[in-house]
Design a protein. Structure first.
Length: 397
């Protein structure tokens, strides 16, 4: 969804925050209703019943009645879709929304005359019970949009995202394939030998973040000093997030334009970043080290990169089994953990082949995707040269 930076006036910002509060309140009530359900009890109310209950609640509550019925009903519609995703097995159960997190609301049935351009870099959108709100016209608004979502991030910035299905990037038609190995020290290593690193905070910004976090630990809860410190930390975190998203967009676009087939590891990132705390009876080991690894994995943008590749190059993404890709020599096929000398160095203990460890893994991922797996020594397959061109005719996508 194309996203644009909103520039509301102070009065409009207060009205938008009120819409967010109404949407959060209605969503949390729906979560509470479904959390109350247990086997043997009456089924939790569906969307139609919740809309009827919302009408009764608006009649009794002046605060709800002052808000937009479109915003509140759409929050219930979004919750119904979230529950449908749960039963479909694609998402986890929806949870509570907190103030300052997941702030936003959605407007549907958008008419063409409710979005207009004022100048080269300024446009405006009509929001119910708020009026015309300006936003930065950084790129053209897609034609035929029917809905939009307004959000506020932790740094207090407002954005509007218009719902539109982006057009996929056409394949170059060169028949080339690339393997992508995702890591921590190197965010993405390509089988072509390129090493890509996701940008983060600069050294000075990291020092400032550490100083602010120490200041936050000393601040009294509920004080203005604590609120100002939290806002400063949120601005730094938002800057880091923006850089990572920008890197993902540019990298995914570049890969989709250059290669016909993009092979990645089929990683379960949610399992990889699970906490190691354990339980009271069985406490975890190395909890702090695992937490640091989890932060590094999330900061590398593993999941977002593959998601955007699937959006921009649908049908051209191949996910392969990640097992032993970093221990197998791409030249002779010998598999041994000892060949991985360090994080960045790979030297096959059988044939002496040397390469960057991440690039060697990326080559194995590419070869597996195009149907030419290098058999381990002693197996039934015949090893092939490391630099042989991939055979795309063996691939069925």
């Amino acid at each position: 969804m194309p996203r644009y930076r909103l520039s509301p006036t102070p009065a409009q910002e207060a009205a938008l925050a009120e819409h967010c509060a109404h949407a959060r309140f209605v969503w949390n009530l729906a979560v509470e209703q479904h959390a109350h359900w247990k086997p043997g009890r009456k089924n939790a109310p569906g969307f139609a019943e919740q809309c009827r209950q919302l009408t009764e609640a608006r009649a009794e509550s002046a605060w709800l009645r002052a808000g937009s019925i479109v915003v509140q009903q759409q929050a219930l519609k979004d919750f119904a879709q979230a529950m449908a995703n749960v039963f479909g097995g694609t998402h986890r159960r929806p949870t509570w929304r907190r103030r300052g997190r997941s702030e936003g609301f959605r407007i549907v049935a958008l008419k063409p005359d409710q979005v207009r351009r004022l100048s080269r870099h300024v446009g405006e959108v009509k929001v119910p019970k708020v009026g015309w709100v300006r936003f930065r016209w950084s790129r053209a608004v897609p034609d035929g949009v029917k809905s939009y979502r307004i959000t506020r991030d932790g740094a207090g910035r407002w954005h509007v995202a218009f719902t539109a299905v982006p057009q996929p990037i056409p394949a170059p038609g060169t028949g080339e394939a690339v393997g992508v190995d995702r890591g921590v020290a190197v965010a993405a290593a390509l089988s072509t030998g390129e090493l890509l690193t996701a940008p983060g905070l600069r050294d000075g910004e990291k020092t400032r973040l550490l100083r602010l976090q120490r200041k936050l630990a000393r601040a009294r809860r509920g004080s203005h000093r604590r609120a100002k410190t939290k806002a400063a930390i949120a601005r730094l975190k938002a800057r880091e997030t923006d850089r990572r998203k920008d890197w993902v967009e540019k990298t995914s676009t570049d890969l989709a334009r250059r290669f016909d087939v993009i092979a990645v590891e089929d990683l379960k990132i949610r399992n990889l970043t699970r906490s190691a705390r354990g339980t009271i009876d069985a406490p975890g080991v190395g909890v702090r080290q695992k937490a640091g690894l989890n932060r590094s994995i999330l900061a590398s943008g593993w999941g977002r990169l593959v998601t955007r590749l699937e959006h921009k190059a649908p049908g051209r993404i191949v996910k392969v089994d990640p097992r032993y890709t970093s221990q197998t020599c791409n030249a002779c096929g010998h598999r041994a953990a000892e060949s991985r000398e360090s994080q960045s160095r790979f030297r096959c203990v059988a044939c002496g082949h040397r390469a960057d460890a991440d690039v060697n893994a990326a080559c194995n991922i590419r070869d597996t995707a195009v149907g030419r797996t290098v058999a381990a020594r002693g197996g039934s397959g015949s090893p092939g040269p490391a630099n042989r061109e991939p055979q795309l005719e063996l691939l069925s996508v």
